[in-house]
Write a protein that binds this ligand. Structure first.
Ligand SMILES: [Zn+2]
Length: 265
């Protein structure tokens, strides 16, 4: 599997063609192009001085690529938890047109056609999963806290246990996020994470400690009998690539990208 960069209706996004061909829309947005800020960016963050109406227009534009509208999409409620919940069609519009009924969920699962699920991110790891046979999808926000708590591994457990997914049918996309080149952490976090997930998820350079969250998430997937060939990792770093929002680079006012997945008709 591989990521490609596409542009449709002026929206620039990353997508995995193999997941599309298996029957799933999958979109990792960039800053371009939308209705936000002075220069028409594609922001989905609600705490960065953007207007609600601009964000809604951004949703409309991206969802139209999936032949959907904002009432056909549900947004996570991210608290850096390890919680993933199931959403059916009655959740449509939650987090976009109205408040979510749930208190927290960094991951969403659905098997509904015509319902896009999405998470938002800027440096954190966005993960989209699709069961190509059962047509069940998941969108997961895995920041370092979520990665530490193994939210992705736990979501895969839910897919296997609650939805009877076969690991060999799962296609997994680990999207653009802060990469090992820029994810400097404290020695303490470095020790904790490498103790849990292995020395090879970190590197020490000039006395500084760096973690590789993408590799960590991949390991969490591999632990559930998902093969490397079913996992694709974006080579984009949100700090290196200024076409992407980055909390580390831009600070608190950074916008947010969104990762969408939906089952095609
Ligand atoms: Zn970087």
């Amino acid at each position: 599997m591989h990521f490609i960069k596409e542009e449709k209706n002026q929206i620039v996004y990353y997508t995995v063609p193999e997941i599309s061909e298996a029957g799933f829309y999958n979109i990792f947005t960039t800053k371009f192009h939308g209705h936000s800020f002075e220069d028409g960016q594609l922001n989905f963050g609600t705490n960065c001085n953007d207007s609600e109406s601009a964000i809604l227009e951004n949703y409309k534009d991206v969802l139209s690529l999936m032949k959907l509208t904002p009432k056909d999409a549900v947004k996570s409620k991210q608290t850096h938890s390890d919680i993933t919940i199931f959403a059916d069609s009655s959740y449509g519009g939650e987090g976009i047109l109205k408040e979510q009924r749930f208190q927290e969920a960094d991951g969403l699962i659905t098997n509904e056609k015509n319902l896009a699920i999405l998470i938002f991110f800027a440096d954190c790891v966005p993960v989209l999963i699709a069961d190509k046979k059962k047509k069940i999808i998941a969108a997961i926000h895995s920041g370092w806290k979520g990665t530490y708590k193994n939210i992705v591994g736990k979501a895969v457990c839910q897919l296997i246990t609650d939805f009877h997914c076969n690991p060999e049918d799962l296609l997994c996309a680990i999207g653009p996020c802060i990469s090992v080149c820029h994810f400097e952490v404290s020695e303490e976090l470095f020790s904790d994470m490498t103790a849990l997930y292995g020395e090879d998820i970190g590197k020490i350079e000039d006395g500084k400690y760096y973690l590789d969250l993408k590799k960590t998430v991949k390991k969490q997937l591999l632990q559930h009998n998902i093969q490397s060939s079913q996992i694709v990792i974006s080579d984009q770093c949100t700090v290196c690539n200024s076409d992407l929002y980055s909390y580390r680079r831009e600070g608190e006012k950074a916008g947010r990208m969104a990762a969408f997945i939906a089952i095609k008709e």
